[in-house]
Design a protein around this ligand. Structure first.
Ligand SMILES: Nc1ncnc2c1ncn2[C@@H]1O[C@H](COP(=O)(O)OP(=O)(O)O)[C@@H](O)[C@H]1O
Ligand SMILES: [Mg+2]
Length: 244
């Protein structure tokens, strides 16, 4: 469960990136964070990874108040997070399987656990098991992003954050990557995706939170990229869709 209450983030430059943001994301939810350039999407995700600390307000993740979390406990907190970026960030001189297993090694976890190979399982789940021994440049952009997703989920995090994960991909791969994130969500992982990929958001018809100038402008349960007629009422009115 993610709870933001009246959160403001001002950078040292004085730029106010978020202002009075209040929202709740229950465990196992699937959320698109949309909004124009500079709306505050990345800043919001950075508060959740504790790359940045809110200036005021409350940021709670899984019962932990991130503004109160001491620096020495941040690495442990991050072990329960998976993060995916637009610019993929694989190590070019390591194979795909090495890239994924690094994520376990940093966490002090064993690759083979209870007779299972966690790296093989993750690569299988994202659909690139056949490419385990290849290097990143030998994969397409979409496959590289799948590898990055495998790296993000290999430790079985409960929260997966993705910042523009499809921005550098062609439409077909974008759709597949988002389908993959939805499949991971179905396995019980909370997923938050910052995106300006209109097609993907509209096709998915999932929860959409729109930021505008650092403020929440809209929070639709079955949303679209652009504000439209919301048939369901805003979160937290969970219920039966009224459109049949
Ligand atoms: N490290 C930073 N220092 C100062 N200003 C920043 C920093 N990061 C982002 N900003 C500013 O904060 C605002 C929100 O940025 P960001 O969260 O990156 O928005 P988005 O991801 O929606 O494009 C923008 O005005 C941006 O220029
Ligand atoms: Mg951004």
């Amino acid at each position: 469960m993610i709870i933001l209450r009246n959160v403001t983030k001002a950078y040292q430059t004085g730029r106010v990136a978020l202002s009075g943001v209040t929202l709740t994301i229950p465990a196992e939810d699937f959320v698109f964070l949309v909004g124009g350039n500079g709306a505050g999407k990345s800043t919001l995700l950075k508060l959740l990874t504790r790359q940045e600390v809110a200036t005021s307000g409350v940021v709670m993740v899984g019962g932990q108040d991130l503004r109160e979390l001491p620096e020495r406990r941040v690495p442990a907190y991050r072990q329960n997070l998976g993060v995916v970026f637009q610019d993929i960030r694989l190590f070019p001189r390591q194979t795909i399987e090495e890239n994924v297993s690094v994520s376990l090694r940093v966490a002090g976890m064993d690759r083979r656990t209870d007779g299972r190979d966690l790296v093989a399982d993750a690569l299988e789940l994202v659909g690139i098991a056949a490419h385990a021994k290849r290097f990143p440049h030998q994969l397409s952009g979409g496959e590289q992003q799948r590898a990055a997703i495998a790296r993000a989920i290999v430790r079985s995090p409960s929260l997966l954050l993705a910042d523009e994960p499809t921005a550098s991909l062609p439409p077909d791969s974008s759709w597949q990557v988002v389908q993959l994130l939805a499949e991971i969500n179905r396995r019980g992982v909370t997923v938050v995706i910052a995106t300006h990929d209109r097609d993907v958001v509209d096709r998915m018809g999932r929860r959409v939170i729109e930021l505008d100038g650092g403020m929440v402008r809209r929070d639709d349960r079955y949303g679209r990229f652009e504000p439209g007629i919301d048939v369901s009422g805003s979160w937290p009115v969970v219920g039966v869709r009224t459109d049949g």
